[in-house]
Write a protein that binds this ligand. Structure first.
Ligand code: SF4
Ligand code: SF4
Length: 105
């Protein structure tokens, strides 16, 4: 019987998708990383009646973006700004998670 390469690749892709889903599900959708607390948020940030936020262009979000006030900035993956300083970062689930991991080491 031939080895099932396609099956292995499918399993790997499923595993990667599941890892991605778990990572994304940690987000509290507080909007802090998009400027919700600094008075000049990204123009693509949308608030909900629940008090949470979402990105109107989430699938194409990375790259040069503009705030409501017209300031240009670069939208980056959260892992690239975890150690930077920005309003609300202390409440970010990923910042907290990283701190906890470092404390456990
Ligand atoms: S483009 Fe980036 S900064 Fe703007 S709302 Fe979307 S995720 Fe946030
Ligand atoms: S600051 Fe962190 S928890 Fe809040 S929306 Fe951004 S990634 Fe999600």
């Amino acid at each position: 019987m031939m080895p099932d390469h396609d099956g292995g690749e499918r399993d790997y892709i499923c595993f990667q998708k599941e890892q991605q889903r778990r990572w994304e599900s940690l987000c509290l959708r507080c909007g802090a990383c998009c400027g919700a607390f600094d008075g000049d948020p990204c123009e693509h940030l949308q608030s909900e009646s629940s008090g949470r936020f979402f990105c109107r262009i989430y699938e194409e979000r990375f790259g040069i973006r503009k705030t409501v006030g017209g300031r240009l900035f670069r939208c980056l993956p959260i892992r690239e700004i975890l150690h930077d300083s920005w309003p609300g970062r202390e409440a970010c689930a990923y910042v907290q998670r990283t701190k906890n991991i470092l404390m456990e080491e």
